[in-house]
Design a protein around this ligand. Structure first.
Ligand code: NAD
Length: 240
């Protein structure tokens, strides 16, 4: 049984998958959560083949009961939580007059509400890990569009800015309990989410998912009294 455990949402592809793989390499027991069971199972099979111990739990982050089920399944399997990665996210572009309420709700629910609910559902486990080693870590996936709002991605940008605000609040509320939070704010990363932009930004000129997972590896190694509240990943020439 691994002596540390991590829960990663949106772990079936892209950035979440890269972070989950890195955490497996680092010896964490893993709970992988994602929306589509087949995709999640394929990712879980790859990581099991690599020798990592894991639990795969499908769940829709727009559904409070699913968020609770994912947290409960993690607790049941591992009984502890050292690293929580709130990575699941969705971005739907639209010009202001074309904004569809259902899509606003979906982005708010996955990108922000699920993050809040998962903190609530896991706070006790995170505090227990913090009491043990003062280095429990929560990684919240924001975006560079949370630092500077983007046209046509306005709703997405607003949810990601809210994630930064939430992360700041969590550091003020939970640092004293040994729980550190970080907001990661990348520009274009080469994942399925950026397929729509490949025509304009070549894949090999994007940030790699491994750039993000290596940053998280660094965070695992920081000393208990070093808090890194935010990391921005820019592409050359894309200064904020
Ligand atoms: P991706 O499409 O490869 O992964 C998205 C993940 O989120 C998938 O595992 C998917 O199952 C999960 N997800 C989406 N909706 C869900 C729902 N309703 N319930 C449960 N899970 C759901 O994309 P990615 O680029 O790896 O995105 C990961 C995170 O990084 C997202 O939060 C995204 O907003 C953020 N991000 C991505 C980029 C980028 O350029 N790719 C840049 C900045 C931030």
């Amino acid at each position: 049984m691994p002596d540390r455990a991590a829960l990663v949402t949106g772990a079936s592809s892209g950035i979440g998958y890269a972070i989950a793989r890195m955490l497996g390499e680092e010896g964490y027991g893993l709970t992988l959560a994602a929306r589509r069971p087949e995709k999640l199972e394929a990712a879980a099979a790859e990581l099991r083949d690599a020798g990592y111990e894991l639990e795969a739990v499908p769940g829709n982050m727009t559904d409070e009961a699913d968020v609770q089920r994912v947290a409960a399944a993690h607790r049941e399997r591992w009984g502890r939580l050292d690293v929580l990665v709130n990575n699941a996210g969705v971005g739907i572009g639209a010009a202001v007059p074309d904004i569809v309420t259902k899509r606003v709700d979906m982005q708010l629910d996955v990108n922000l509400r699920a993050v809040i609910l998962l903190y609530r559902e896991t706070a006790e486990l995170l505090r227990a890990a913090g009491a043990e080693h003062r280095n429990a870590l929560v990684v919240n996936m924001s975006s560079i569009s949370g630092k500077a709002g983007q046209p046509w991605l306005s709703v997405y940008s607003a949810t990601k800015a809210a994630v930064i605000g939430w992360t700041q609040a969590m550091n003020k509320e939970l640092n004293g309990d040994g729980v550190k939070s970080v907001a990661l704010c990348p520009g274009f990363v080469d994942t399925p989410m950026t397929e729509f932009v490949r025509e304009h930004v070549p894949q090999d000129e994007m940030i790699r998912p491994e750039d993000i997972s290596e940053a998280v590896r660094f965070l695992l190694r920081t000393s208990p009294y070093c808090v890194v509240p935010e990391i921005v990943f820019q592409r050359p020439g894309e200064a904020l």
